[in-house]
Ligand binder design. Structure first.
Ligand SMILES: Cc1cc2nc3c(=O)[nH]c(=O)nc-3n(C[C@H](O)[C@H](O)[C@H](O)COP(=O)(O)O)c2cc1C
Length: 301
């Protein structure tokens, strides 16, 4: 009997779809051993892409507060199969799994498809996914789904370059940037090479014993941790909580608070975070052990 693999994802630009298509190529080719079912989450009310700037920032409160929207029910041929493994693709919106991801997880369909299953997360983000992964773990636990692997593909350029290029990409829909800027998002090369992770997963999926798989994935570049970004994410989460609550508690002043958030975000990225970076680097010898521990934790599952 072939093993059934379910690949779930949402994508706006097609980046995550391309990653997952390449990553699962070998499963499609080994069609005597595996069947692959792809399920793309679709929203009843779609988010625009490219994003008008005001809509982009207006998505922040619901995104950060993990408030779901309605999804279109998955087709019956997706729902009526029993799966041996789920490859769970997601992207991050405002330091949180995207609204479509959360909407699927909180839906009856998410429950039906993921409950009790072994699951591998695959993210395609700018570079801040670590605390989103922690947020996802809570859902997986509730669904009794077992996280057995994680692959986190990011833009490997420095934090500032990637902010500039991603904002332009989101606004124009064009991943290609005028020179000297590098293209936005996960690099072409890395997307093209993501099949190597599928080959590793395949060896373990054959037996259903995933012991040791994450180590092998990490050895092949699946998860790079930059402790400085973790620091930024932690500070960001604290401040995002304040702004999201302000919007929630003052619906009549939504526009004001969303605009204030947008202004704050720019100050945080361009003024506060360089200062944090300097302090962070200066304190490296003091926190060396703690940072090593954190790298190990976030490279694990
Ligand atoms: C509204 C919004 C907010 C985002 N916030 C983050 C973020 O906080 N951290 C991050 O690493 N990437 C962030 N991204 C980038 C996405 O994670 C993702 O890489 C990008 O949208 C491409 O995904 P796609 O496959 O849906 O096209 C954000 C994107 C959008 C649209």
């Amino acid at each position: 009997m072939p093993k059934n693999i379910l690949v779930t994802y949402y994508t706006q630009s097609g980046q995550l779809e391309e990653i997952l298509t390449n990553l699962t190529r070998n499963f499609r080719e080994q069609n005597e051993d595996f069947t692959v079912t792809y399920y793309q989450i679709r929203m009843k009310k779609e988010f625009p892409f490219p994003w008008p700037s005001d809509v982009f920032f207006n998505t922040f409160p619901e995104s950060y507060l993990q408030i779901p929207s309605e999804i279109i029910p998955p087709p019956d041929e997706v729902l009526n199969k029993d799966y041996d493994l789920v490859i769970f693709g997601y992207q991050v919106w405002f330091l949180t799994p995207s609204i479509p991801t959360i909407s699927f997880l909180k839906s009856e369909y998410g429950k039906k498809l993921l409950s009790g299953k072994p699951l591998i997360t695959v993210s395609g983000t700018r570079n801040m996914w670590m605390l989103s992964q922690e947020k996802l773990k809570k859902y997986f636990k509730e669904l009794n789904a077992k996280l057995v692997g994680n692959i986190a593909l990011v833009d490997r350029h420095d934090n500032y370059t990637s902010v500039i290029t991603i904002l332009k990409w989101m606004k124009t829909g064009q991943k290609e940037m005028p020179k000297p800027w590098p293209d936005a998002g996960v690099s072409r090369k890395e997307i093209a090479e993501s099949g190597k992770y599928g080959e590793i997963i395949q060896q373990y999926a054959q037996t259903g014993d995933y012991d040791g798989m994450q180590k092998e994935l990490v050895k092949n570049g699946a998860v790079e941790i930059r402790p400085f970004l973790l620091k930024v994410e932690r500070v960001g989460n604290r401040l995002f909580t304040v702004f999201a609550k302000k919007v929630q508690q003052n619906p009549d002043k939504r526009k004001f608070w969303v605009n204030t958030f947008k202004f704050y975000l720019m100050v945080a990225i361009w003024v506060i975070s360089p200062i944090v970076l300097i302090l962070f680097n200066l304190t490296t010898p003091i926190f060396w052990k703690k940072r090593k521990r954190e790298i190990k934790y976030f490279q694990g599952i």
